[in-house]
Design a binder for this molecule. Sequence first.
Ligand SMILES: C[S@@+](CC[C@H](N)C(=O)[O-])C[C@H]1O[C@@H](n2cnc3c(N)ncnc32)[C@H](O)[C@@H]1O
Length: 313
Amino acid sequence: MAAVEFAHDPVLADKVVELLAPDRGGTFLDGTLGGGGHAERILAAAPGARVVGLDQDPDALTAARRRLGVRGDRVVFVNGNFRDTARIATDLKEIDDLAGALLDLGVSSFQIDSEARGFSFRRGTPLNMRMGGTTGGGRTAADILNAASEQQLGKLFREYGEERRWRAVAREIIRRRQTTPFRTADDLVAAFTTVLGPGIDARTKARLFQALRIEVNDEMTALQEALTSIRGLLSPQGRFVVISYHSLEDRIVKNAFREWSRDCICPPELPVCRCRGAALGRVLTRKPVRPDEAEISRNPRARSARLRAWEKS
Ligand SMILES: C[S@@+](CC[C@H](N)C(=O)[O-])C[C@H]1O[C@@H](n2cnc3c(N)ncnc32)[C@H](O)[C@@H]1O
């Protein structure tokens, strides 16, 4: 466990509890357990509710165990990636009949504050960014910066970073790594500064670092896979709540919830309906729910949060 206290305020927590309605009882999957902030609220709201808490970060699970341990056998802790929920469910019978599920995407404040995890652009931070931890498998951010093609780098800063000067950023990374490989956040900030100027602000750095983190953890594909597998595990009237922090994530969630709520998904040129012919459920949030000013000033990380909810038929 890193030497940092697990400090993370659950975002839109009242809304999450209202929409999941745990007083109906049953099992709720928290697919992004983190420090257990939302899970604690769900358990506190309803003595009849149980939680399966999943996180790919072993440090998060340690923190959540400490926080939720008092709830004893009402919580099951699982270390894994939410994209594998269907496979995890084959071993864990609690997950195959869910009253509700929550995904609170991205990283926790705890992960950002743990220097060794390499999510922040503070000086000296190693370019790691793997959500599974420092010793887990997969490519680190440094591996990607030192090996990806100019085209791949450009694509990630354009798509995930929404950076106008993505071509120049990719070119500068390639130029720099020919003499010195990327190792710490300082190396990457220096490349951004060359292209975007010395006045580059913290928000821009955060946006570009986030783009790299999304690539390291293959976050968009993981989300797409998780949405479909978790939907399959919900019981009738089971509710699915997702909080996203990036416009691309939010679009994936919005489109999935809309598509599942349509009666017919056949291409318009087909004369007769050949698809499932009935909606799988209904959208509960016509517009995304955003935190109010009071929550944002208490917890600035909530600023970009958008919550959407869906109910299975
Ligand atoms: C924003 S935090 C969740 C905070 C939590 N709701 C709370 O109140 O403490 C997101 C958590 O999701 C985890 N996570 C992100 N992507 C994941 C994935 N694909 N599979 C499993 N856990 C994931 C991260 O490791 C992190 O702990």
